[in-house]
Design a protein. Structure first.
Length: 191
C-alpha cells in the first residue's frame, strides 16, 4: 500500500524545486485544507491506517472533529450518508461543487494549522499546489501559487503524473477489499 507515495512525493519534490518561490505552500498554510474534496477508497484506507497508528490523544481529537463535521454535513451530503459514498445519484456531482466549502478537514489541527496525519495524507493533498493536469487536461495550480507567473513558467514547473495508472490499480484493489466502490471524503475515513 505504501509503494506509490514515495513516487508521488518524489514527483512533488521535483515540481517544488522547479517552482521555487512561485510555490506558496509552507507548513501552516492550510487554505487547501478547508472545504471537502473527494478521496479514493485507497486514500481512505491509508488515512484509517494512519489514524490507527497515531497517538491515542491525537486520534481521539481527529475522530471528534470528524464526528462533528459529519453532523454538520448530514442533511446535504451529496451521496449515501450510511456508507459515506459520494455521487450515488446523478445530481450529486453538481451539488458537490457548493457542498461544505467552509468545512475544515478533520485531520487539520486547528491549533497548529498542520495535518495530524501528514504521512498518511491523500494523493490530492500530496499534489495540491504545484501545476498539475486535471481530468480535462487543464493545467491547474493553487490560487496562492504562481501569482502573475507567465504561462510558460507554470508549464515548466508541471508535476509529473506518470504514476496515475499505478494509483488507479491501487484504488481498484482497495475498492475490492472494502466492498465500497467510489469516492468518499476524509471525515468518513477517520470517523
Amino acid at each position: 500500500m505504501d509503494e506509490l507515495f514515495p513516487i508521488v512525493d518524489a514527483a512533488l519534490a521535483s515540481a517544488a524545486q522547479r517552482s521555487g518561490e512561485w510555490l506558496a505552500c509552507r507548513p501552516g498554510c492550510n487554505q487547501c485544507c478547508v472545504g471537502v474534496f473527494a478521496i479514493s477508497q485507497w486514500d481512505a484506507a491509508r488515512l484509517r491506517a494512519g489514524l490507527a497508528a497515531a497517538d491515542k490523544g491525537v486520534a481521539a481529537r481527529i475522530s471528534e472533529r470528524a464526528a462533528a463535521a459529519l453532523d454538520r454535513m448530514r442533511t446535504d451530503f451529496p451521496g449515501d450518508f450510511a456508507t459515506g459514498l459520494l455521487f450515488t445519484a446523478p445530481e450529486h456531482e453538481d451539488v458537490f461543487e457548493e457542498f461544505a466549502n467552509e468545512e475544515p478537514c478533520p485531520v487539520l489541527d486547528p491549533a497548529t494549522g498542520t495535518c495530524d496525519l501528514y504521512a498518511s495524507r491523500p494523493v490530492q493533498c500530496r499534489t495540491f499546489g504545484p501545476p498539475v493536469r486535471d481530468e480535462d487536461e487543464n493545467l491547474t495550480v493553487c490560487e496562492l501559487c504562481f501569482v502573475d507567473a507567465p504561462a510558460e513558467e507554470v508549464e515548466r514547473c508541471e508535476m509529473d503524473q506518470s504514476w496515475r495508472a499505478a494509483e488507479e490499480a491501487l484504488v481498484a484493489e482497495a475498492e475490492t477489499r472494502s466492498g465500497l466502490h467510489g469516492p468518499t471524503i476524509v471525515a468518513f475515513a477517520v470517523r
